[in-house]
Design a protein around this ligand. Structure first.
Ligand SMILES: Nc1ncnc2c1ncn2[C@@H]1O[C@H](COP(=O)(O)OP(=O)(O)O)[C@@H](O)[C@H]1O
Ligand SMILES: [Mg+2]
Length: 334
């Protein structure tokens, strides 16, 4: 079993506290995503887990063993980075076999492990190629393959897809999710600043902000019941609409939040205003309506939008989909 337990973990660089009292329980085989804005401490937390960084306080347990002082190579983990640094003069096969050769694994065993990994990663037809003859996605798969052959108990990914174009990112997202399914006993921790990646890949998401854990939950828990204004604004695309001032006061809130998909354009809605911008994505469209709030309200519509700039529309939020927050950014509770 390879569960991870992080207790009151602190990490400082000199007098700068980067991670503050992190507490996390990660189950064996789980796919966990760390998400948060740039600089919030995601990579640092991952590097602390891997052992590339020493932790300043607290405890880290992997598979029930305290590993604070255990060398990275003895923790049973593998790390895949954004830049995947393959050996350029070695074939795909040799890149994947390299660490096993170093460990003096018998040749037949190496072959079996590399072939199995290649099969999982759809690299079987490319084993003789050099990295330069591969696409970006294939190179990333070789980098993952190099780790798989070592049979890690925990896989750590630090923004592995950020160098790939949008279409390839979507494909690799599915492949990594499928890989995780095919390795049910391997715990995976995946770092991204992209909330869409987090939503689509994670069993559970850990939202980090300024070195603290803001919320932990399944994608739908975070989407449906964000426990702060920050999470409400971070999870979901387009960003949740926020209203303050008199508009929010009418709802007994300091800040009222409504998602774009929870607005309806109606005959006589709660708010009326002019269309100031619209985005047609084909499958759906976003209409920006100026209703006198801090910024235009984004309203999602299925299909194409036929609203014209300057046209007056009336909108209403759907019942049961209002998010209310106090001045401290916490949800209003009754
Ligand atoms: N070696 C280091 N020395 C000093 N500060 C660092 C070091 N590494 C990271 N930091 C700081 O720690 C914070 C978190 O960084 P990082 O974990 O890389 O964030 P993220 O991966 O979420 O973008 C940043 O403010 C960064 O400047
Ligand atoms: Mg980072």
């Amino acid at each position: 079993m390879t569960e991870l337990k992080i207790t009151d973990l602190d990490k400082s660089y000199g007098s700068v506290e980067v991670l503050k009292k992190i507490n996390l329980d990660i189950k064996s085989g789980e796919f966990i995503v760390f998400v948060g804005p740039s600089g919030c401490g995601k990579s640092t937390l991952l590097r602390c887990i891997s052992g590339l960084e020493e932790i300043s306080g607290g405890d880290l347990e992997i598979g029930g063993r305290r590993v604070n002082d255990v060398a990275p190579s003895k923790r049973g983990i593998a790390m895949v980075f954004q830049s995947y640094a393959l050996y350029p003069h070695m074939s795909v096969y040799d890149n994947m076999a390299y660490s096993l050769k170093l460990k003096k694994t018998p040749k037949a065993e190496i072959k079996k492990l590399v072939m199995e990994a290649a099969e999982k990663l759809q690299l079987t037809d490319y084993l003789d190629r050099l990295p330069k003859a591969l696409s970006g996605g294939q190179r990333q798969r070789v980098a993952i393959g190099r780790s798989i052959v070592r049979d890690p108990k925990v896989f750590l990914f630090d923004e592995p897809l950020s160098n790939l174009d949008a279409a390839l990112r979507v494909q690799m997202r599915m492949e990594i999710a499928a890989l995780s399914e095919s390795l049910p006993n391997t715990t995976m921790i995946y770092v991204t600043h992209d909330q869409v990646e987090a939503m689509t890949m994670a069993d559970r998401i850990v939202v980090l902000r300024n070195g603290i854990v803001e919320q932990v939950g399944t994608p739908m828990e975070l989407y449906d019941t964000p426990n702060s204004l920050f999470v409400a604004g971070f999870i979901g695309s387009p960003k949740m609409n926020f209203f303050t001032g008199d508009l929010a006061k009418k709802f007994d809130a300091h800040t009222l939040g409504v998602r774009a998909e929870h607005f309806e354009i109606v005959e006589k809605g709660k708010w009326t205003g002019k269309v100031v911008h619209s985005e047609n994505l084909g499958s759906d469209s976003y209409i920006y309506v100026e209703v006198g709030a801090q910024s235009p309200v984004v309203v999602r519509q299925q299909g194409k939008s036929f609203y014209k700039l300057g046209q007056e529309v009336s909108i209403s939020p759907q019942e049961g989909h209002l998010y209310r927050f106090n001045a401290d950014g916490k949800p209003v509770t009754e």
